[in-house]
Design a protein around this ligand. Structure first.
Ligand SMILES: *Cc1c(COP(=O)(O)O)cnc(C)c1O
Length: 385
């Protein structure tokens, strides 16, 4: 089973038919508890916060697609981040990127800072920026690549090797939400933990909120499972069923996301009203070479900046797309458009936001799997307004 190709793993990885009936898909075990024949004597399940068979099927699929040994499903992406942070103790330090998902930044600075964790934000474009920020208190390096929304690329293998050379005890965690394991597999590149907002590409249909963690190391898996169980932010059986159904078409959807993303980026680069396009597949991307090395393709997320820097110009565009829906989130089959500075990244204080380049003229697209002619036509019409 371990030597399955990725496009087989999405469908069969970690899966088995249900034993009682042969049901090919796992039933939705919509139950909180499980009967015991004598105290402590049961069939492997006691209470659904600890484990539920539908969630187990999904967690085994999560582990398989990231080449891990264990997977964990949470009630949101942020509760998966929360689980990782709870491995740390007061006084510990985290080195992380300066262009993080807004909610991750908010959790680090507003929730965990007050429990005595210290966060250092660096530009992860260069490996040295990371190693220079490490102190003897550093316990975790948290990477996101490509980043949201500026599509910066961090060299996962390079950073992991450099961090481990300084201190092999420091854990490296990668938020792989934008790339998905279809494009890059951080555990194979040396990272200890992979995190996903499964709300996005893994679920893939904008119909649930969920988080995932995947690991290789058995001891680390036990610690994370304890925190998942003790903290309690687990994914429910119905959502687990839907996410598992989503994972089974991940490779098909991602292939089209990549094709459409590439076409949209190429279109925007040539448009006279567009100042800059952020897409790791473009040769002009500052870390295109690293992206080419660590990713199999470049995904469906494209950000761009309008030449007209006024908020009104951006709003006019955002109010006039018809196929692209103006909404937060990403990674579903339908195309979405988002205004980071007032929507997804509004929680980052303005001076920080402007410093890293999240200005009013920046627009982020989650390019869906619709017909590319309709997508380009929609952009053309909205840019003409
Ligand atoms: C959405 C997102 C998250 C947070 O996940 P939720 O499911 O919304 O809690 C974290 N990281 C990235 C890159 C995201 O896009």
């Amino acid at each position: 089973m371990n030597d399955m190709k990725f496009n087989t793993k999405t469908i069969h990885g970690g899966q088995k038919h249900e034993e009682a009936t042969g049901s090919v898909m796992p039933p939705i075990f919509q139950t909180s508890t499980f009967a015991q024949s004598s105290p402590g004597v049961h069939k492997g399940y006691e209470y659904s916060r600890a484990a539920n068979p539908t969630r187990t099927a999904l967690e085994d699929a999560f582990a398989a697609i990231e080449n891990g040994t264990r997977g964990f499903a949470f009630s949101s992406g942020l509760s998966a981040v929360d689980c990782v942070l709870r491995l740390l103790n007061p006084g510990d330090e985290v080195v992380t990127g300066d262009d993080l998902y807004g909610g991750t930044y908010r959790m680090f600075t507003r929730l965990f800072s007050k429990y005595g964790l210290k966060f250092t934000f660096v530009d992860m474009n260069s490996v040295e920026n990371v190693t220079e920020a490490i102190t003897d208190k550093t316990k975790l390096v948290w990477l996101e690549t490509p980043t949201n929304p500026l599509m910066k690329i961090a060299d996962i293998a390079g950073i992991t090797a450099a961090v481990k050379a300084v201190n092999s005890e420091i854990m490296v965690a990668v938020d792989n939400t934008f790339a998905t394991p279809y494009l890059q597999r951080p555990l194979d590149l040396g990272a200890d933990i992979v995190m996903h907002s499964a709300t996005k590409y893994l679920g893939g249909h904008s119909d649930l909120v969920m988080g995932a963690l995947m690991v290789k190391d058995a001891e680390l898996a036990e610690e994370l499972h304890f925190i998942q169980f003790a903290g309690g932010a687990v994914a429910g059986p119905m959502d687990s069923f839907l996410a598992l159904r989503g994972v089974k078409t991940l490779h098909l959807r991602m292939q089209r996301h990549c094709e459409n993303g590439k076409a949209v980026a190429a279109y925007l680069v040539k448009h006279p009203k567009v100042a800059e396009v952020y897409y790791p597949g473009l040769e002009s991307h500052p870390n295109h070479e690293i992206a080419k090395n660590q990713m199999d393709d470049f995904g469906g997320m494209v950000s761009f900046r309008l030449k007209d820097e006024s908020q009104q110009a951006a709003f006019t565009f955002l109010e006039n797309t018809k196929v692209f829906t103006l909404a937060e989130s990403l990674g579903g089959v339908e195309s979405l458009v988002n205004h980071p500075s007032t929507m997804t990244h509004a929680s980052i204080p303005e001076p920080e936001r402007l410093k890293i380049g999240i200005t009013d003229s920046l627009i982020r697209l989650s390019v869906g799997v619709e017909d590319i002619e309709d997508l380009l036509g929609d952009l053309e019409a909205a840019l003409a307004k």
